[in-house]
Design a protein around this ligand. Structure first.
Ligand code: ADP
Length: 194
């Protein structure tokens, strides 16, 4: 089945890591807005510099720019082939934009996975990742700001999808493999029962 999925969770919950595993197991393309933005930054352009000015401070990239990026990626892979959106939507306005995009493509969402992770563990985890990956937005101050932005802008989305009956909460604690197995089992159980 060409499932159409979204994965949401606080920074450092392991969304990217898990998204890679899920997209491989379910055979659907993985679309990470954070990664797509980092690719634009690396390619070096004015647009890249603009995007970096938001990301490096831990702020969200403006909705319109983000929506356009997602729409064009969805058309590259073909929404009908299914997808796993990682890091999008992140604001209520993006939820609306995505609804419209998917309506136009006649491709409604099947499920929104909420990857839950205890907040007190996030900062430590991201600071460790900074040592390995060297992401500019992984300093303590920026990490704390990203967590605030998550609470303020992104958490309200969970209620919207819960009310639509497509939210699948998954406990993000444990090893990568444990979480991956839990996530795939949770998704399969939910999708199979639809
Ligand atoms: P994390 O979830 O750990 O913060 P991501 O790679 O998903 O990492 O995102 C990194 C940054 O990219 C975000 O802090 C934000 O600045 C930007 N970004 C990613 N997705 C979006 C989005 N949907 N809307 C606006 N900005 C985004």
């Amino acid at each position: 089945m060409n499932y159409r999925l979204v994965i949401v969770g606080p920074p450092g919950a392991g969304k990217g890591t898990q998204a890679a595993g899920v997209s491989e197991r379910l055979g659907i393309p993985w679309l990470s807005t954070g990664q797509a933005f980092r690719d634009v930054i690396t390619s070096g352009s004015e647009l890249g510099d603009l995007i970096a000015s938001y990301i490096n401070e831990g702020n969200l990239v403006p909705d319109e720019l983000t929506d356009r990026l997602v729409a064009s990626r969805l058309d590259e892979t073909g929404a009908e082939n299914g997808f796993l959106l990682d890091g999008y939507p992140r604001t209520l306005a993006q939820v609306e934009a995505l609804d419209k995009m998917l309506e136009e493509r006649d491709a409604p969402l099947d499920a929104v996975i909420e990857l839950d992770f205890p907040e007190e563990a996030i900062v430590d985890r991201l600071l460790k990742r900074a040592e390995v990956e060297g992401r500019e937005d992984d300093t303590e101050e920026v990490i704390r700001h990203r967590i605030e932005v998550y609470h303020e802008k992104t958490q309200p989305l969970l209620d919207v999808y819960r009310k639509r009956g497509i939210l699948v909460p998954i406990d993000g604690r444990g090893t990568i493999e444990e979480v991956r197995d839990r996530l795939i089992a949770g998704c399969r159980a939910f999708l199979g029962s639809k």
